[in-house]
Design a protein around this ligand. Structure first.
Ligand code: SF4
Length: 531
């Protein structure tokens, strides 16, 4: 990976959909476990491909990431904006409840320490009573949770800060940032209005008034920024007291300066929508048939206060975006039904691109298109990525397409990530049996690879309501053993940048493409037999 600056970081993300009860007497609430404990980072400027069969949870993951679906658990950190630009309410809440969290932390630490002493008195972990060990571990867990709460959101200093001087200062900074964000919003309105007015005599007085208001807002914003900069210097001064403290350094390393999308309120998330866009699979149903192409692209620009509705600047921006996406100006007043599938998908791309996003989820965005059109759209996406410095999550079930466009590939099965590595590694050195099976199913036109072994996975994907115990893939895996039925494999880094969730990471493909393990008795057909 050339760029290692994180744009998004997902930790233990879960998305469960409740299933309607089938009778009045059903007590247990069932859930479709669409995403289960997903942890991965997305780096600036990369294309992360997500592959897997239908129903594996890849589209859900894309939507949860953008908070189009609320996530059930876990964190989704976004690093594209600063906490000053978007001061979230949850940070203020944590600051206000800091005393409560610190008390919890103190109690849990004392309890963990006392129980640990008892474990030592009993002769260490090997000899201590099982329940004692369990209590000690639970206390440690509580300690870690409270610490995480303070340290991840606020930083190590706040866990150690005596007298809460730093907390009070930080609260003031937060309040100033909230004021600044409100002023910026107002400023966007005034700026748009000001730029929209042309300078003729009839508008002269209105324009000059707007100009004054704009300058006043700029001055107010600047004053707030100066004030917060001063307070930040004071805060750093307070922090310096602990600079040489080992514990402080340990805590500071745990600090996360991103914004947790899963904890934002609806309005806060709306502000970030311009940064985080999506292109849907179906270009027929994702465009409003009553809107012209111009109106479709304009909608987001008005919502996010780029330009005033109907202004010349708006028109120029829309035409410019359309041209970038291979659409001509005369198409501005046409309706979606007057376009082909490929052209409609270009409109969908233009709509996402118009608001200058940083991250785009491409959700099966070429699957509904003709093969020849697919390549045009993929090339367009590649070109735009370079020019506009975009980051993509490219969701597809088509491995050849994903290979072409992706820097890294994440393979999903039944809601879990089973393998994650750069594209070349996934194709040349796949380790998960599911990845191997997926790769073996790619059709080829190369006559020399005609005898390539094809692995047919038996059975259907199990129900995500009651997934199999142990490794979820064991019911279809040709390598499954007793352990697989009981113990779920963790996603581990087996080589730098190569993550795998399988108990047998050492099994790999031989250089000639054959498999270095015995396939059990199951249907195996060559590509030729498959026709
Ligand atoms: S853990 Fe076992 S069942 Fe799961 S993929 Fe690996 S070998 Fe197959």
């Amino acid at each position: 990976m050339k760029n290692t600056k994180k744009l998004l970081s997902i930790t233990n993300l879960k998305k469960y959909f409740p299933v309607a009860k089938s009778s009045l007497f059903q007590k247990e609430q069932l859930y479709v476990r669409a995403n289960e404990d997903i942890s991965l980072d997305i780096y600036e400027g990369e294309t992360l491909g997500i592959v897997g069969e239908s129903g594996c949870g890849k589209s859900t993951l894309g939507r949860v990431l953008l908070q189009l679906y609320n996530q059930t658990a876990g964190t989704t950190m976004y690093y594209g904006v600063s906490l000053a630009d978007m001061p979230p309410k949850y940070v203020a809440d944590t600051l206000k409840n800091l005393d409560k969290y610190k008390t919890t932390l103190k109690k849990a630490s004392e309890k963990a320490e006392a129980l640990n002493k008892k474990v030592e008195e009993a002769g260490g972990e090997d000899k201590a009573d099982f329940y004692l060990l369990q209590d000690r571990n639970l206390a440690r867990c509580d300690e870690q949770t409270a610490l995480n709460h303070i340290v991840k959101i606020l930083g190590g200093f706040f866990a150690m800060d005596e007298g809460n001087q730093g907390r009070d200062l930080m609260l003031k900074i937060h309040e100033e940032n909230v004021k600044r964000a409100a002023l910026m919003d107002k400023y966007a309105d005034v700026r748009v209005e000001f730029e929209h007015l042309d300078g003729d005599a009839k508008n002269a007085s209105k324009k000059s008034k707007l100009g004054e208001e704009k300058a006043k807002l700029e001055a107010e914003i600047k004053a707030i920024e100066d004030k917060t900069a001063q307070m930040s210097v004071q805060l750093d001064g307070l922090r310096d007291k602990y600079a040489k403290n080992e514990e402080f350094a340990k805590y500071e390393a745990m600090r996360d300066d991103g914004i947790d999308l899963s904890r934002l309120q609806y309005d806060e998330m709306r502000l970030l929508r311009r940064d985080l866009q999506i292109i849907f699979q179906d270009p027929y149903s994702s465009l409003n048939p009553r809107f012209t192409i111009g109106q479709i692209i304009e909608e987001g620009l008005v919502t996010h206060k780029f330009f005033k509705h109907g202004s010349e600047k708006m028109r120029e921006h829309i035409v410019d975006t359309m041209e970038k996406c291979g659409l001509q100006e005369y198409m501005l007043h046409r309706y979606p039904h007057q376009f082909s599938g490929g052209q409609r998908q270009r409109v969908a791309i233009a709509r996402a691109l118009a608001v200058n996003p940083k991250f785009i989820v491409c959700d099966e965005c070429v699957s509904a298109l003709d093969v020849s059109i697919q390549s045009q759209i993929i090339n367009l996406l590649q070109e735009l990525k370079e020019k506009e410095h975009l980051t993509y999550m490219f969701i597809s079930h088509d491995l050849s397409v994903v290979r072409y466009i992706s820097d890294r590939i994440c393979v999903m099965y039944l809601g879990n990530v089973v393998e994650l590595a750069d594209a070349a590694t996934i194709f040349d050195d796949p380790r998960h049996p599911y990845t191997v099976a997926l790769l073996s199913s790619i059709p080829t036109t190369d006559p020399d690879s005609g005898e390539k072994e094809r692995i047919i996975l038996e059975g259907n994907i199990p129900s995500p309501i009651k997934p199999p115990a142990g490794c979820k893939f064991h019911t279809r895996c040709y390598m499954a053993c007793e352990k697989c039925k009981r113990v779920p494999p963790e996603l581990r880094e087996i080589e730098p940048g190569h993550f795998l969730a399988c108990h047998f990471p050492e099994k790999k493909l031989a250089e000639d493409g054959s498999y270095l393990f015995e396939l059990p008795k199951m249907e195996r057909k060559s590509n030729r037999e498959q026709g």
